[in-house]
Design a protein around this ligand. Structure first.
Ligand SMILES: NC(=O)c1ccc[n+]([C@@H]2O[C@H](COP(=O)([O-])OP(=O)(O)OC[C@H]3O[C@@H](n4cnc5c(N)ncnc54)[C@H](O)[C@@H]3O)[C@@H](O)[C@H]2O)c1
Length: 275
């Protein structure tokens, strides 16, 4: 029996939106959803090829979000051209295959890069957009964090902690600028079908196992994250700030994010090791 499921429509006409990481799965879906609802959308990425087919509605700017000067220049150009910035979605982040290692085995240069991109690359766009939002006395910042921000698995010593920082960055900014009309929050996806996740499927036990860790029994779609972002930036969420929204198919409700250890052949019973 088909039951009605309802529908949602947003009007973002005239709003100026910046989305980082529009060359990837989630960022591009967010930018497209804003464009479809009438916003003027600018996208930052090191590689803007994926946004090429949408060049009429998404203005792609090639830059490195971890470089303050590049971000500052781009944000000022956008604000000059459009008269302000209404929404920032921090989304560009990295989780390279080589980062799936315990901390003591991790390449220090890679760990440093993850901190620069995943934390610095969220700070700089916010730092540059905030003066405009304060001047306007209105603005919304959404940080795309991760289920890994609050629930961990093994071998994510770079990724998990940086995603936790994204949650706290949003809370910090929300508290600081609440009286300036600025809302800030984070959205934490479960596993979403994107190039980032496809690249690391093997490390995460394969698609079936990863999907099965979500009570809904599947990977999420990029549009499902975009839908949450559009709501978070809408007047419908006007009393929502300094918080996190899990969009994770129920993943966070489970006690364990992943099978944490290889099953021992034999349970050795209670007692303390290492004493
Ligand atoms: N896919 C998932 O399952 C999942 C789950 C939880 C959280 N997330 C988060 O969602 C966000 C997007 O993830 P995704 O899966 O779409 O990733 P993705 O790898 O598909 O896209 C990320 C984009 O960011 C860009 N980028 C990377 N470093 C950059 C830099 N220094 N400057 C500018 N652009 C840069 C990349 O070029 C890429 O286009 C990330 O913050 C990620 O942590 C993803």
């Amino acid at each position: 029996m088909n039951r009605p499921v309802g529908s949602v429509q947003y009007n973002n006409q005239g709003r100026v939106v910046i989305v980082t990481g529009i060359g990837g799965g989630i960022g591009l879906a967010i930018a497209r959803a804003f464009a479809d609802s009438g916003a003027r959308v600018f996208g930052f990425d090191l590689n803007t090829d994926a946004a090429l087919p949408y060049s009429e509605v998404i203005e792609a700017i090639k830059l490195d979000v971890s470089d303050f000067c590049q971000v500052d220049k781009a944000v000022e150009a956008i604000a000059d051209k459009c008269g302000g910035v209404d929404i920032l979605v921090n989304n560009a982040a990295i989780q390279p295959i080589d980062s799936f290692k315990p901390l003591h085995e991790m390449d220090p240069a890679l760990l440093k890069r993850m901190l620069e991109v995943n934390i610095g690359g969220y700070n700089w766009p916010a730092k540059c957009c905030l003066p405009h939002m304060i001047k306007q006395q209105i603005g919304v910042i959404v940080n795309i964090a991760s289920a890994h921000a609050a629930h961990s698995s093994r071998e994510v010593p770079g990724y998990g902690p940086t995603k936790a920082a994204n949650r706290m960055q949003a809370i910090q900014w929300a508290i600081e600028y609440a009286r300036n009309g600025v809302r800030a929050l984070s959205i934490s996806p479960g596993a979403i079908d994107t190039p980032m996740v496809r690249a690391s499927l093997e490390m995460q036990g394969g698609e079936g196992a990863l999907a099965n860790r979500h009570p809904l029994g599947r990977l999420g779609q990029t549009e499902e994250i975009a839908a949450a972002v559009l709501w978070a930036c809408s007047p419908g969420a006007s009393f929502v700030t300094a918080t996190n929204i899990d969009v994770d198919g129920g993943l966070g409700g489970f006690g364990a994010f992943a099978d944490p250890y290889t099953m021992p052949e034999k349970y050795t019973g209670p007692g303390r090791k290492n004493t």
